[in-house]
Design a protein around this ligand. Structure first.
Ligand code: FAD
Length: 481
């Protein structure tokens, strides 16, 4: 093994118990309660309705079945034992990370399921500087990983969803998350080199170069088909991820920023696409309406009454001149395409605030989101449909605010999120009607969701053809008979 490949900390937490669930006593009524206590002890398993209630939702309003019992494993061995127990008793099992999802993906669809809360498995297992990878346990949260890597002089590619204070790495790669630095590095799964997964029979598979016990974990593609890809975006249906290995990069010390303003969305979108195509930015956002810019960055457009859409660019390089040159090129492209230089305040705030930026928007009420992917060129079409829906349901008159944002991803597409906020419960029915039409409109105008879950699965399943779904079922059945 290379000298520069070292264990940072023990990967299982048997010495310290990690988080426990003893705030209320278990009811001990779930059929597997006693067996699970034998595996993890009494402190990390609970089936009291109070605990179950706390675990019955993720970060959105959608509801499914409640878990029957919740358990917090501290090690791969515990996960294996629980999975084997569930398999032998045919009890459904549901892995959960930060439960920060906003599509209900981590909620069971059947009664009595065992929910695995993975957040105690949150150690850094190995930083391998020779091959520029880091291996972490499944329950590591993005914010912590970013800070710990920064201390060592490195950065990740994709840096986590906007909810990355709570979201875990395994949750995000299981659900195709989009977020910070997707402009340069693509979605969450793109950064993954290898996974350790506990299969439904309790056996462990190590993907990427991990199939060779003599090899470092340095590549995703070698000798065989890409098994890593089977588990990415699987929403936890094909196994429990226990470790994730990511690519890392040298920390970039030099950042430049620019904000550009446009009179209309069509011009803004053309510039947004042109900048993204060139691969110049670490992070690239387009606020699709003046109202959104006012919500995110109050005051930004006060002295620019003609501006109706904005673009915010973050450039990060290890070389100062390169960072400066890139921002000049972007400025030239932006101005050539009818843009106005708005300075760099908003882009800087956006990058500096990171995971704290969108949380305050909960003050506007319940979120009803439509997060999905689409070609950048088809953003104006989406907004035309959305505005017609806002008008049809008189959202503004009813105090229902909205925000429309697009986050550039990999060359020419974007994660678009048009979210409405129901301020009070009595506005929820109206908001939900509008929202359902918005979800249809997103797909009818060529959008593809990145998550599935309660939010999208019905709509997505209506579109897939038999061959596609049969292949999916065959894979599931062969892994989980
Ligand atoms: C304020 C806010 C902002 C957000 N911004 C974004 C954003 O910009 N982009 C974005 O994509 N999302 C965003 N989200 C949603 C959320 O942050 C992401 O979906 C995130 O990736 C969820 O991670 P999690 O650990 O909470 O996963 P969970 O919600 O716990 O689970 C998600 C899925 O992963 C599966 N899973 C979890 N752990 C494992 C495991 N160990 N093995 C196998 N399967 C597992 C679950 O079964 C479930 O299907 C936001 C949410 C909030 C509240």
């Amino acid at each position: 093994m290379s000298k520069r490949c070292f264990l940072i900390e023990a990967s299982n937490q048997e010495a310290t118990e990690g988080q426990i669930m003893t705030v209320v006593q278990s009811s001990a009524s779930h059929p597997l309660y006693g067996d699970i206590v034998t595996i993890v002890g009494k402190n990390r398993v609970n089936d009291n309705p109070v605990i179950i209630s706390a675990y019955s939702k993720d970060s959105c309003h959608l509801e499914a079945e409640r878990p029957g019992i919740v358990v917090m494993p501290n090690s791969v061995e515990e996960v294996q034992k629980i999975v084997r127990l569930c398999s032998s008793t045919k009890t459904p099992i549901m892995p959960a990370g930060g439960r920060n999802g906003i599509c209900g993906a981590c909620l069971p669809r059947v009664t009595n399921a065992v929910m695995l809360d993975m957040i105690n498995m949150n150690g850094i297992v190995n930083l391998d500087e020779d091959v520029m990878t880091i291996t972490v346990e499944a329950g590591m949260r993005w914010a912590e990983l970013i800070h710990r890597l920064d201390d060592k002089g490195y950065k990740l590619g994709f840096r986590g969803p906007y909810g990355g204070n709570a979201a875990t790495v395994a949750g995000s790669v299981s659900i195709n998350s989009m977020g910070y630095a997707a402009s340069r590095f693509g979605p969450a799964p793109e950064g993954v080199v290898s996974l350790e997964v506990v299969l439904p029979n309790g056996e462990i598979v190590r993907t990427g170069s991990g199939w060779n016990p003599e090899a470092q974990i340095f590549t995703r593609y070698s000798s065989f088909a890409d098994l890593t890809g089977i588990f990415l975006g699987d929403h936890g249906t094909l196994g429990v991820k226990t470790k994730v290995t990511f690519k890392i990069y040298p920390k970039a010390e030099f950042s430049t920023y620019i904000d550009l303003g446009y009179k209309n969305l069509k011009d803004a979108t053309a510039a947004f696409l042109e900048i993204q195509k060139r691969g110049l930015t670490e992070e690239l956002n387009c606020l699709l309406a003046r109202e959104s810019a006012d919500t995110y960055f109050p005051g930004l457009l006060d002295s620019h009454p003609e501006i109706n859409a904005t673009i915010h660019c973050v450039i990060m390089e290890t070389d100062k001149q390169l960072a400066e040159r890139k921002v000049q090129i972007i400025r030239d492209i932006g101005l050539d395409l009818k843009g106005k230089d708005l300075g760099n305040f908003a882009a800087q705030i956006h990058w500096a605030e990171k995971f704290n930026e969108v949380q305050p928007m909960y003050n506007n009420g319940f979120w009803l989101n439509t997060c999905h992917l689409r070609p950048i060129s088809r953003i104006p079409e989406l907004m035309d449909r959305m505005r017609a829906i806002f008008k049809k349901y008189s959202l503004e008159k009813n105090g229902i605010k909205w925000i429309a944002d697009a986050l550039a991803v990999d060359r020419a597409y974007a994660a678009a999120w048009v979210t409405i906020f129901a301020p009070t419960k009595d506005k929820m029915e109206l908001a939900e009607k509008a929202w359902n039409e918005m979800l249809d409109a997103a797909m009818e105008t060529g959008g593809c969701p990145y998550w599935s879950g309660l939010l999208w699965e019905k709509r997505a399943l209506e579109k897939v053809n038999d061959t596609f779904i049969q292949l999916y079922r065959t894979i599931k059945k062969s892994i989980d008979p």
